[in-house]
Design a protein. Structure first.
Length: 334
């Protein structure tokens, strides 16, 4: 499913990362792995891990506050909050309730669960709501505390996931053509079991047995995820570029979900987008699911890799299996 342009621009960015760095060398002491194996298979050298007093909502609040400040706005200027996450503070209420309270907001707010494609989904939803004229400004946040749902003894997952949050303020009235030019969203639910946390929901409620069997941790079939992710992202990105009337050569910066450097390289090669035009920070943060794309975008902006009018291709994929691609013309709007 896809759509066309909306006059919605990204007015401000923010990010938050826990201080603690879990390095490959530290993991070598707790699981049967080593730095060379992790780097070769994933490209990850370290990942950030939330402190005991940090949560998905606390990181989202920090990133959201930074984005509001970067946009030159006050919290009262925000009309909607969307928190993309698969690691909520608790099942009920939504994490967005805690985030809104922490930011001093009483506007509409909700969580969006599309896994690693969640931030891109949230941008489409917020932009569409702005386009209707119902709201003027939205705060979109991707925040994850994935370490809380990762088995520390499972080397197939504990080396991959990290914690953090990224946020963006979206507003209408984009000037000079800035904003969302095209998008594509999709989900193949038949592959839902490839990445999952089996227990804790209505299908398999929490019990002593589910806890003892580790069913509250992430489980993943890595090889099949790799194969499907590359194909899905290439097809989705190509479709989105076609809708925008663009080619890969027109893109100034490609921002993929930071799942695995081999996946990123394979996608870039198939699309024909060179490494120098690709944002990569997985080596420092690992896979932060819904937070990975906004973190990469915020870093690129802070490093001066984005200029007014640049064309940005964003692609995410994850559990579900969900996928999403966007083409943005960079600019803060009017």
């Amino acid at each position: 499913m896809g759509g066309g342009a909306t006059a919605t621009a990204i007015a401000g960015w923010g990010m938050y990362l826990p201080e603690y760095r879990l390095t490959n060398a530290q993991l070598e002491r707790t699981v049967d792995t080593n730095d060379a194996w992790i780097v070769e298979r994933t490209g990850i050298r370290e990942r950030r891990i939330a402190a005991a007093d940090e949560t998905t909502s606390s990181m989202a609040i920090a990133a959201g506050a930074a984005a509001i400040k970067d946009a030159g706005l006050a919290p009262g200027d925000i009309d909607l909050v969307i928190v993309a996450t698969v690691s909520p503070d608790q099942i009920c209420p939504a994490t967005s309730a805690f985030v809104s309270d922490g930011l001093g907001l009483t506007c509409g707010s909700f969580d969006l669960g599309a896994a690693c494609a969640g931030f891109a989904y949230a941008v489409v939803v917020a932009s569409s709501m702005i386009a209707t004229g119902g709201i003027g400004t939205a705060l979109v946040i991707g925040s994850e505390a994935l370490s809380r749902f990762t088995d520390p003894g499972d080397r197939s997952t504990c080396v991959i996931f990290g914690d953090g949050a990224g946020a963006a303020v979206l507003r209408g009235g984009a000037g000079a053509g800035a904003g969302l030019l095209a998008w594509d969203l999709g989900c193949d639910g038949s592959a839902a079991a490839l990445i999952e946390v089996p227990a804790g929901g209505s299908r398999l409620p929490a019990s002593a047995a589910t806890v003892a069997s580790g069913q509250h941790y992430f489980q993943m079939q890595g090889n099949e995820v790799f194969r499907r992710a590359v194909r899905a992202v290439v097809e989705s990105a190509t479709l989105t570029l076609d809708k925008a009337g663009l080619t890969p050569a027109d893109i100034d910066l490609f921002v993929p979900h930071q799942a695995n450097v081999r996946i990123i390289d394979a996608i870039g090669n198939r699309l024909g987008i060179p490494p120098e035009k690709t944002a990569v920070n997985i080596d420092r943060y690992g896979n932060t699911s819904a937070a990975s794309i906004p973190l990469a975008l915020a870093e690129a902006a802070a490093e001066g890799r984005l200029e007014e009018g640049d064309l940005v291709l964003v692609s995410g994929f994850g559990a579900g299996m969900t996928w999403a691609s966007l083409v943005l013309r960079w600019g803060a709007g009017s």
